[in-house]
Every structure is written in C-alpha cells, then in structure tokens.
Design a protein around this ligand. Structure first.
Ligand code: NAI
Ligand code: MG
Length: 490
C-alpha cells in the first residue's frame, strides 16, 4: 500500500506563499484483512465479525479488521494465563532481552510505523515520526532496564506480578499507548491482552508482527481488536487481574463500577480540561508557541491538551493578536505531508462532537476566531484550528472536554484568581504556567490540582516521568517507578 493515496488532499489554509507538497513516501505493506493475535499467531475471529479501518483523511478503506467476541476474548485470556507462569519464572535479565528486542525492532521499522499511524489515525507525520515512535521505543527500552532491577525499584519488598492484564487503549496515540501499557506489565512478569481502539487497530497489528519477529513466547501478549463490546468482555473477564484503561471519563466510570468488589486492580487515565496560565511577565512569543502546540497540533486529540487559556488581563490583547497571527500560518491538510501541522480529525463521530461544541460556544455568546483561507479537502474529516474569546466559566466550551483544536481564552487579574479559575473543573490532568518569576512557578504549581504541571513549556514526556491525573481525570500513574507499582503486588 502506497501512502500517496492522500495526494488528493493537498489543500492548506496558509495565506501568502505556499509550500510545495512534501509527502512522506515510505511504503507500508498492509494485508487486506487481519485476524486476532492470540497465543503467538493470527487467527480468524470465532465471532465471524469484521469491520473496516479507514483513513480519516481520504475515507478510503485501509484493511479489514477482526471484531473479537466474548469467546475470542476468552481464548486470548486463557493464552495469557497459560503463558504467565513461565514468563514470570524466566530469568529477569532474559525478560529484559525480549523488551530490548521489541524496542530495537520498533526503531528499525519506525518510519513505516509512523506512516501507518498517520494513515490510520489522521495525525500529522511530523508528530507520529518525531513524538509517537521515538517515545514508543523509549518505553520498551526504559522498562527493559527495570526488568532485572525490580528489587531496587521497591527496596526491602518483594514485588510479584499480578497475572493477566487487560489493557484498553484509545485512538489518539495508538502505538504509544500500547507501549505505555505493555512495557511495564511485561517487565514485571505479567502477561497481557491488549484491545486497541476500533478506529486505529493497524499499528497494534504491526506490533503483533514485531512480537513474532523477535520470538516473544506465545501468549505473553495477545491483541484482540474490536470496539466497546470487546473491551467490556475483556474488562469483565474473571481471569483478568488488572485493567488498565485510557479513554473517556464515561467509559472509565463504567469500568470502575464493574471492577468494584471483584478484587481486580484498576488504573484509569481519562480526559482533561487542562489550563495554561500566562502571566504578564512571561516571554510572550515562547508562551504563544507553547499554547499553539498544546491545543492545535495533533488536532487537539491529546488528553492533556491545553484547552483553557488564562491570560493576565494587561496582556490579553497582545496574546490574542499573536495567537491569531500564529494560527494563520498553521497548515491544515494531508497528514502525510511533512509540512502539515494539523491533520484529519480521527473519525466522523469525533468531528461531529467538535462541531457540536463550537456551535454551543457561538450560541452561548462567545466569539469564535478561525482561519478561513483555502477550502478544506472535500473528502475526509477536518476541522480548522480556532479559539474563542468572551468565554464565561459557565460556558460548555470552558467546562467540557472537546478533544479537538478548539481553545477557550479567558483572563485573570491576580495569581489567586488564576489559580481558582484553573482549578474550577472536575478534571485534573495537566497544567502549564508561563512566567519569568521562579517563585511564582513553585507557588502556583504546588496549588494546581493537576498530575503534571509544565513550566514555560508544554507536552514534554519521558518514560521515566510518571503521568496521570486527579479527580475525574483518573487515578494511577504510567511511567517511572510510580508506573511499575501498578503492575506488581507485594
Ligand atoms: P472511548 O472511551 O469510548 O474509547 C476508548 C477505548 O475504550 C476504545 O478502545 C473503546 O473501544 C473502548 N471502550 C468503549 N466502550 C467500552 C466499554 N464499555 N468497556 C470497555 N471498553 C470500552 O472514547 P471515544 O468514544 O473514542 O471518545 C469519546 C471521548 O473520550 C472523546 O471525545 C474524548 O473527550 C475522550 N477521550 C479521551 C482520551 C484520553 O486520552 N484520555 C482518548 C480518547 C478519547
Ligand atoms: Mg482508521
């Protein structure tokens, strides 16, 4: 399959001169249809059900994917259960070698995987190539390092694996989320059944190919594609000892209810309505660039997207002008073009959700600012980056997660007011502070209800650094020593 399929979408909304198209042309080999990866081999689903995975930039079908039913999920869990004892008894340094091999193979196939990630999910190649793939490899490298050092991670205690882990992931960072979930679980001696999101199964299936290439023992990782029902069957399976979920707060709550009283371990990484706070003494250009990348890159399909912006009142006009100016130069279009900043919205459904919120914002009286240059491509799912001013805290667009390239700009007069307004949300995933005053950074960061606080930067990730939320953003941490703790018992 050649990625030039999206060549029809060479529209960009940048004014002035235009760039020549710079499509990424690394070829991706795709089968016409994929089975479920169970016990080390691809097999047809007993459910006999399938669905298509499409390219959201072109609406073309990429491959047919199996929809795992309850019996398929049970087969996967039984394979994982049978493999778990031997995997846990393997010399830890041997377990590490498998993780290193996965990491190396991801690096070797990085360009192909990045292209596929952009084709299947709509995100710009710039991001899948420079963020998703390097971090996915890093998570396996990092956790390979822990596999034979767990006693040092938990001094004086004897960490033991939990058993079979059921892992359910979303569509915004498909391969990276698979790496976040699988790497720590495997390092600690658990085995896994992973369920990718229904719109982005393909890189997980390529990962299954990699697991075969590196001779991972059968059953240690099983990949069952499907939608919500498949996920529910996995989460409800009595032999699953731990559920790790990233996705909507709505489904997170369903899982919390179904796991209650079963003895299953649960970690949830849910949504957010993360604030960025810009003080008048900040380096404004740097702050604006940070805001732009925090909400508009990757179409705002980021759980920690900086979707609420609080600007100190004395500089609001300057910030809004600069935001508008910078927004004009963002390039919306073909995800496989190396110059693209904003790609396709992941699905028709997600596009409808975003449009509903934008309509609500205008209806409630906020003022919408967007670039209106070239028309968007006629095929595929697209939304221009935009922002709202005149936003009240009671407005829907200020309260609910939109998961799209939509920013709400609000103002404040004192640090206390900034803090109160930033914390006035049911979520608590991330936050950003922009100021030249170190003391203010420490003071505000300490008081923000957020799992991650970035200062004079945003969206910086590292496998060694724990990530996760408070309140309705979920519980449990992924990454670092904190993340390992979710995959062991003592
Ligand atoms: P979702 O929560 O429905 O999907 C996430 C994963 O959960 C997918 O793999 C899905 O198949 C699975 N799933 C769905 N229902 C399930 C159930 N009853 N039991 C077990 N697994 C189930 O999210 P969706 O519908 O794709 O997006 C809706 C909203 O969720 C977005 O608009 C956004 O606000 C938020 N979201 C947050 C993400 C994050 O990173 N925190 C990622 C994706 C979406
Ligand atoms: Mg797709």
């Amino acid at each position: 399959m050649n990625p030039t399929a999206s060549d029809t979408n060479e529209h960009h909304t940048s004014p002035g001169w235009d760039y020549s198209p710079a499509p990424e042309r690394t070829p991706v080999e795709l089968d016409e249809s994929y089975g479920l990866f169970i016990d080390g081999a691809f097999r047809a689903p007993k459910s006999r059900k399938r669905f298509d995975s499409i390219n959201p930039a072109t609406e073309q079908t990429l491959a047919s994917v199996a929809e795992g039913g309850a019996k398929d999920v049970d087969d996967a869990v039984q394979a994982a259960k049978a493999a778990q004892g031997p995997w846990a008894r393997l010399k830890p340094s041997e377990r590490a070698k498998y993780l290193y091999r996965i990491a190396r193979r991801i690096q070797e196939r990085a360009r192909e995987l990045a292209v596929l990630e952009s084709m299947d999910g709509g995100k710009p190649i710039k991001e899948s190539r420079d963020v998703d793939l390097p971090l996915a490899a890093q998570h396996f490298f990092y956790h390979a390092g822990w596999a034979d050092k767990l006693a040092y991670a938990f001094p004086g205690r004897t960490p033991r694996p939990l058993g079979v882990c059921g892992q359910i992931i979303p569509w915004n960072f498909p391969l990276l989320m698979a790496a976040w979930k699988l790497a720590p679980a495997l390092a600690c001696g658990n085995t896994c059944v992973l369920k990718p999101a229904e719109t982005t199964s393909l890189t997980a299936l390529k990962l299954a190919e990699i697991l075969r290439e590196i001779d991972l023992p059968p059953g240690v990782v099983n990949i069952v594609t499907g939608a919500g029902e498949t996920g529910a069957a996995l989460a409800g399976h009595p032999d699953v000892k731990k559920i790790a979920f990233t996705g909507s707060t709505e489904v997170g709550k369903v899982l919390a209810r179904s796991a209650a009283g079963t003895g299953k371990r649960l970690t949830l990484e849910l949504g957010g309505k993360s604030p960025n706070i810009i003080f008048a003494d900040a380096a404004i250009d740097q702050a604006v660039e940070g805001i732009v990348s925090s909400i508009w890159f990757n179409q705002g399909h980021v759980c920690c997207a900086g979707s609420r912006l609080f600007v100190e009142e004395s500089i609001v006009d300057e910030v809004v002008d600069k935001l508008r100016h910078r927004m004009q130069s963002l390039r919306v279009g073909d995800p496989l073009d190396k110059n693209t900043d904003v790609g396709a919205i992941n699905s028709a459904e997600q596009l409808r959700t975003i449009e509903r919120y934008v309509d609500a914002g205008e209806h409630e009286g906020a003022i919408m600012h967007e670039v209106s240059a070239d028309p968007l491509p006629t095929k595929g799912f697209w939304h221009r980056p935009c922002f709202f001013t005149g936003v009240q805290p009671s407005h829907l667009i200020a309260r609910e997660e939109i998961f799209g390239p939509v920013l709400s700009v609000m103002t404040f007069r004192t640090p206390e007011e900034a803090l109160t307004r930033a914390n006035n949300t049911p979520y608590g995933l991330a936050a950003g502070i922009w100021t030249n005053t170190g003391a203010k950074i420490f003071e505000i960061a300490r008081k923000l209800d957020a799992g991650v606080v970035w200062c004079n930067t945003y969206n910086k990730f590292d496998a060694a650094s724990p990530f996760g939320g408070f309140k309705e953003s979920g519980f449990g941490r992924e990454g670092g020593r904190h993340g390992l703790k979710s995959y062991v018992k003592f």
